[in-house]
Design a protein around this ligand. Sequence first.
Ligand code: BEZ
Length: 211
Amino acid sequence: MTLRLGDTAPDFSQDSTEGKIDFYDFVGDSWAVLFSHPKDFTPVCTTELGYVGKLKPEFDKRNVKVLGLSVDPLSDHTQWVGDIEETQGHQFNFPLLADADRKVSDLYDMIHPNANDTLTVRSVFIIDPAKKVRLIITYPASTGRNFDEILRVIDSLQLTDGYKVATPVNWKDGDDVIIVPALSDEDAKERFPKGWVAHKPYLRVTPQPNK
Ligand code: BEZ
């Protein structure tokens, strides 16, 4: 199954390091980040999972549940979690799905056979509280992801859902934003009382409205 932005994220039940996860129940009214790892006991994945553990308070602040996945059995996960805590210096504080039967990997198209027919690629899905897929990115197994970027996208999505703005290149929380071109100057005056700078009629820059 190919998932695209705006699609409904498929529900599933699968074992994890924190017991059985019923995905929709797990997410509840929160946002979610679901991300896959090629294999247990691999170095890049070990660093990624340690870093996500470190960022967990940042995800919590944004009302985001994090859920990892690897296509190995729970017994391996349990042992690996010990290694991750030992080497990365953080408690393992979120669930890791044990997807040995590839139920979730297949559902979310995380195995790309022409790259590798047994391991997952490094997929990331951001899913909103309505269970819509809002971001999909795919990294190769050899490249660790930048989870600060995932947080940055969540900040952008949560902001742009609430205001008629879009975020420019390399934007980070607190930077100026762009008024969506569909909004007339007349309507913009009401919504953006701090005003804006119009570099072009379609490029109107305004301070971040919720700051
Ligand atoms: C790693 O996580 O280190 C890794 C996994 C699969 C292939 C290459 C690297």
